[in-house]
Design a protein around this ligand. Structure first.
Ligand code: PEP
Ligand code: MG
Length: 324
């Protein structure tokens, strides 16, 4: 039953064949990070830094930022923490960065793009992340939201290196970044798929509108193809060491146990989710081998609709019946 399956979660995240799949947590604050560590997360795959400052109408000082990020690093000593630079705009307005009067906020100056209108904020944030990293000896990776082009990725990587941050990455949540993944990944060390926005932009369906929920479904064939393009592009864009650039998923898709299997089969290396989803995803992943995950990814990709893909994959995962 669900209770015993969930209680069995120990943070040991492996597939049936022993392949490791780090399961990480999405957090917004130091308090969230403490809870995520208690829930068995192996690290943080998405620190939504804007959540630290939603109540602010002025830019937080570098010192305030060091304290906020340091509280998260302290909860995961020597573990990986992926910090996302401020993702202001659309569903997450920050008065000191975004203009409330934009006609199309989801297509506007949001995420990395706020650097166009508020120069300096990003550099100060990177300075604070680097200082917090030095204070905690954390394994910090840093990524920019809403990257659309390889030029943006290259400039972000330059800014990270200038701040002393060694592992710059990008979120792939705009279809243009997925379609050009090999070039984009050539500029940075890793990518994290933001399937919430990737789905919204692929389907041209506002993620906040309930009546569009059927379109806003990461099982949509178009979204699965964009995920595959990203993983394939990253595999080709090998690093200097010859290793493929790692691609994770930090959108809600990672918290759906059946879809988590498909994501691994598509070539995703790590999954980051709300801590309450960790146990269910781990319980399903440990029942499949990587070859079976690839087979299920093929079945999902071949399905004609989101509903058909979901049903076909679920049929092959009997463990889901135990999870309820
Ligand atoms: C996403 O877009 O999938 C994502 C993880 O970021 P957010 O939900 O914060 O936009
Ligand atoms: Mg997003």
């Amino acid at each position: 039953n669900q209770a015993s399956t969930l209680a069995a979660f120990t943070g040991d995240n492996t597939l049936a064949d022993g392949v490791r799949v780090p399961l990480l947590a999405n957090v917004g604050t130091g308090a969230d990070a403490v809870k995520a560590a208690g829930a068995g997360a192996e690290g943080v795959g998405l620190l939504r830094t804007e959540f630290c400052f939603l109540d602010r109408d002025t830019e937080p000082t570098v010192e305030e930022q060091i304290a906020a990020y340091g509280a998260v690093f302290a909860a995961f000593p020597a573990k990986k923490v992926v910090v996302r630079t401020l993702d202001a705009g659309a569903d997450k307005p920050l008065p000191f960065l975004t203009n409330a009067d934009e006609p199309n906020p989801a297509l506007g100056v949001r995420g990395y793009r706020t650097d166009l209108t508020s120069p300096g904020v990003l550099e100060r944030q990177l300075e604070a992340i680097a200082a917090a990293e030095a204070a905690h000896e954390a394994e910090v990776w840093v990524m920019a939201p809403m990257i659309s082009t390889a030029e943006e990725a290259a400039r972000f990587a330059d800014l990270c290196h200038a701040a002393g941050l060694k592992t710059p990455g990008v979120m792939v949540e705009v279809p243009s970044a997925a379609l050009t993944a090999e070039t984009v990944l050539g500029q940075v060390s890793f990518a994290s798929l933001g399937t919430n926005d990737l789905t919204q932009y692929a389907m041209a369906a506002d993620r906040q509108l309930g009546p569009l929920a059927t379109l806003n479904d990461p099982w949509q064939p178009a979204v699965l193809r964009l995920i595959k393009l990203t993983a394939d592009g990253a595999a080709t864009a090998s690093s200097a060491s010859g290793q493929a650039k790692p691609v994770g998923v930090c959108g809600e898709a990672a918290a759906d146990p059946a879809l988590a299997v498909v994501l691994i089969g598509l070539g995703v290396a790590t999954l980051s989710m709300s801590p309450r989803a960790l146990a269910g995803v781990a319980a399903v992943l440990k029942t499949v081998t990587v070859d079976q995950a690839r087979e299920l990814a093929g079945i999902a990709l071949a399905a004609p609709s989101a509903a058909a893909a979901r049903a076909a994959v679920r049929e092959h995962l009997p463990v889901l019946n135990d999870l309820g």
